[in-house]
Design a binder for this molecule. Sequence first.
Ligand code: TYM
Length: 335
Amino acid sequence: QQTVLTGITTTGIPHLGNYAGAIRPAIESSLRDSAKSSYFFMADYHALIKCQEPERVRESTLAIAATWLASGLDTDRVTFYRQSDIPEVTELSWILTCVAAKGLMNRAHAYKAAVQDNVENEAADPDKGITMGLFSYPILMAADILLFNATHVPVGKDQIQHLEMTRDIGQRFNHLFGETFTLPEAVVDENGMVLKGLDGRKMSKSYNNTIPLFEGEKKFRKLINKIVTNSLEPGEPKDPDNCTLFSIYAAFADAEAVAAMRRQYEEGIGWGEAKKQVFEHLNELLKDKREAYNELISDPAEIDRILKKGAERAREYAVPLMADVRKKVGIGPLA
Ligand code: TYM
């Protein structure tokens, strides 16, 4: 029995890259095999580590939840919830904090990168501006995963180290207190879609090069028109394999359509025409979902209701597991 679990930090508005790289494959996997249980959640406690703007966290939580739902997530098959609705996550996180080695956290990429920044900027203190939340971020993530005994965690390459740390912490707990947690595996799609953004670098909010998944039609067209190309004229053959526009199209079209576009490139389609076709294809593909998304975000109370229901279901698993953990570590009722 597989348990698949993954989360998205609630600090931004989903873009084409999040969708093609994380949301779409997760939904497809959840629909493929009904014996498998899936847990997908909004990591809003993780958001607090890098964002102290409450309005932004709220807006992002709503946008990410609505994106999953508008993209065809079936809440009857998937346990879909908000991390902060599960108090057992923070409780387990503390217990794991008391088990995790500090030296292990010292090696976490996110923490090391922040220290490195301080050193490069010649800050007086290498830990300047670094919160304990950032430092122990991998422990919170381990709690997310171990609390549901997840077996498979689909993530991008940037998260692999966190999964290794999760296994390390889980193993240490099992060793100290007896077999309790399943050690999860990261599932990284090797030809994993790392979608490129407007400027040809990886599509990412931190590069400011994203195309929001459910941007309104007019702005969406404008953004597609802004994707960098080169100065080849119509009639000159173009190289689809080194082309951001083509790779975006390929992430959203079937094999036959991709082959047809490839031929058009070789025959020298003009950039204006290629962009028009990419826009039309994507717009057609997304427009019903966009409409559903807009309806969903206009009713946050309904989203809350859906997430609460998901949290109740998640807690059916989490509460007994936490009771076992408490007992194993020696806290709770004496009799
Ligand atoms: P986050 O919110 O940064 O990213 C969510 C997921 O999307 C992947 N990703 C990408 N994949 C392909 N192409 C891209 N351009 C791209 N950008 C982002 C990320 O690798 C990730 O899988 N710590 C996690 C959230 C989290 C979590 C968890 C994940 C909290 N608890 C438990 C799994 C299990 C994070 O910040 O992801």
